[in-house]
Design a protein. Structure first.
Lengths: 329, 220
């Protein structure tokens, strides 16, 4: 607290005697992902999504730096540089540090008071509040995007599509497969068969439970880059409008909110059939893979699905709304 | 190293030129599903059954379909089929398979199906269509048998009756060949010793099949 009070007093000292100042103009509106260099990457692929996300993250980092700088210029509170820095935010992986800052900001803005009015109609306290909101919002986007970019780099999108297809097929195969244990009526075999069928039913039930969640996670991961792009630009635009004391761009805010709720995308389908020459096989009559093999696959697919679902991609899309809200009063 | 289609051809035959390395890839999801991974392993296992002992032809798995002369697909709703030997080179669209399996390969029947289709990939025709075998058929009964499996008359002619080049080694006819269809009793009239007998499903590659591979593709 001592450090904060010191910095506040320095700020007041620097601004003493001024009632109307030329404040720094609002930073120009940020470049968008439309300016990203994604040459050589096929549009619509996971690589393209990851490239756009990566590009957005760079721009957001730059915006965050601008907001931090402006905040410090106004408040003189340089000790907050580290707190606002993206590197620090990444390492702490949370927003607790910003929560702790609320009191500091209040103290700083109280110290500045509302009497020092910039030519754009905002006093310093209001400007500091807006820059603070901008930095906090941009950091919020970065934290979510980091986790999602990690997911893309780890191949989560293709992995989820593959796992979803695996579970869908294995459930059907398991339902029709014959248990490996023959049903000869002996007590041991009857018990073993019942156990195998019980395991099959449990795995099928679990797979059916996970499939919609996995689809939702897959959809969230794939739409995150576009949702984030729309959302952070709306947030940035909103900060810009607040600094320029303009009414917010309601259309952009609505578009950002809608971007969080786009329809789910089904996994890619198999290649189309061809009409080539045939030279077939005839007379094979036995069934498919043994039930035990199928159950091994089901257990493996369930485990993979649980890992993907734990990454919580739908919640990350939802949190984009929270990041946007940070940029609004 | 062979790379152009012409490098793989053997004049007057659908067999591959001996000594080349034929690459095969799978039309699958990337990464493959669990069952697809099973199929890849089962296909490789069936292939190694064919190519042991080693011969002069090499088959190698690639994940780059643009490098693959043979493209394998498993699609349960598609007809089972395979191009024969170098016919695969005529399928130039990378998204199209040269061999399609209509069941998964990691089962007993799947293994036999893989062995049979790999025989086609190596350039072998059906054993029951061999000119050297010169089988005699009870055509109406045979046609009725295959029609009952949903086959059209054209497909039956193509896959059962149409004479094809026979083997260049071993016996004139090998009913134990993996390339022979299983047949119920009463469809054959020749050879007379087999009239009224059934041809059971082969349970693997026969000794004559191995002999024929080595005859076409002797180790270099």
């Amino acid at each position: 607290m001592r450090g904060i009070l010191t910095s506040v007093s320095v700020s007041i000292g620097l601004l003493a005697g001024c009632t109307t100042l030329d404040g720094p103009p609002p930073p120009p509106v940020a470049q968008t992902t439309n300016d990203c260099d994604t040459d050589g990457v096929t549009v619509g692929t996971d690589d393209w999504r990851a490239a756009r996300l990566d590009c957005d993250m760079s721009t957001i980092a730059a915006r965050s730096a601008v907001y931090r700088q402006r905040y410090v210029e106004i408040t003189g509170e340089r000790s907050l540089l580290d707190r606002f820095s993206l590197a620090s935010a990444f390492s702490l992986a949370g927003f607790g540090l910003f929560g702790a800052h609320e009191d500091n900001l209040r103290a700083a803005t109280l110290g500045l008071g509302g009497s020092t009015v910039m030519r754009n109609g905002l006093n310093q306290a209001e400007q500091a509040t807006i820059y603070y909101a901008g930095a906090r919002s941009m950091n919020c986007y970065t934290l979510e995007a980091m986790a999602v970019l990690d997911g893309f780099n780890a191949g989560d999108s293709a992995g989820m599509a593959s796992t979803y297809s695996s579970l869908a097929e294995l459930v059907v195969l398991a339902e029709y497969a014959t248990p490996g244990t023959p049903d000869t009526g002996t007590a041991n075999e009857t018990a073993a068969r019942a156990a195998e069928l019980a395991r099959r039913d449990a795995l099928i039930a679990r797979a059916n439970e996970l499939r919609p969640e996995l689809l939702s996670a897959y959809s969230a991961l794939r739409r995150f880059p576009n949702s984030m792009s729309v959302s952070w630009q709306a947030a940035d635009g909103h900060i810009h409008d607040r600094l320029a004391a303009q009414a917010p761009d309601i259309a952009a805010l609505i578009a950002a909110a809608r971007a969080l709720d786009t329809p789910e995308t089904p996994p890619p389908s198999a290649p189309s059939d061809d009409k080539g020459e045939t030279e077939g096989e005839a007379g094979l009559t036995d069934g498919g893979p043994p039930l035990a093999t199928i159950l091994t696959g089901l257990a493996s697919g369930i485990s993979a699905a649980e890992r993907y679902i734990a990454a919580d991609y739908p919640a990350r899309v939802t949190r984009l709304g929270e990041c946007l809200a940070m940029a609004t009063p | 190293m062979a790379s152009k289609p012409a490098d793989f051809l053997r004049p007057g035959s659908r067999k591959w030129r001996n000594g080349v390395t034929v690459r095969y890839g799978f039309l699958m999801q990337n990464p493959p599903t669990w069952m697809e991974r099973q199929d890849i392993e089962a296909f490789a296992a069936a292939l190694s059954e064919w190519l042991q002992p080693p011969c002069g032809l090499h088959l190698e798995h690639t994940t780059r379909l643009s490098d693959a002369q043979v493209r394998v697909r498993v699609k349960l709703t598609a007809p089972l089929r395979s191009r024969v030997g170098t016919e695969a080179l005529e399928v130039t669209e990378l998204g199209k398979p040269t061999v399609t399996f209509n069941r998964h390969l990691n089962s007993k029947a799947g293994r036999l199906m893989a062995l049979h289709e790999i025989g086609h990939i190596l350039g072998f025709h059906h054993e029951h269509q061999s000119r050297r075998a010169a089988l005699g058929w009870k055509e109406p009964a045979t046609t009725a048998h295959f029609r009952a499996m949903g086959w059209s008359d054209a497909v039956i002619r193509k896959n059962v009756f149409a004479p094809r080049d026979g083997r260049i080694s071993g016996p004139d006819w090998d009913p134990a060949s993996i390339m022979h269809y299983p047949l119920p009793a009463g469809l054959l009239t020749k050879p007379e010793s087999w009239a009224g007998k059934a041809i059971p499903q082969a349970n693997g590659i026969s000794a004559a099949d191995h002999q024929e591979v080595l005859a076409w593709y002797p180790p270099l």
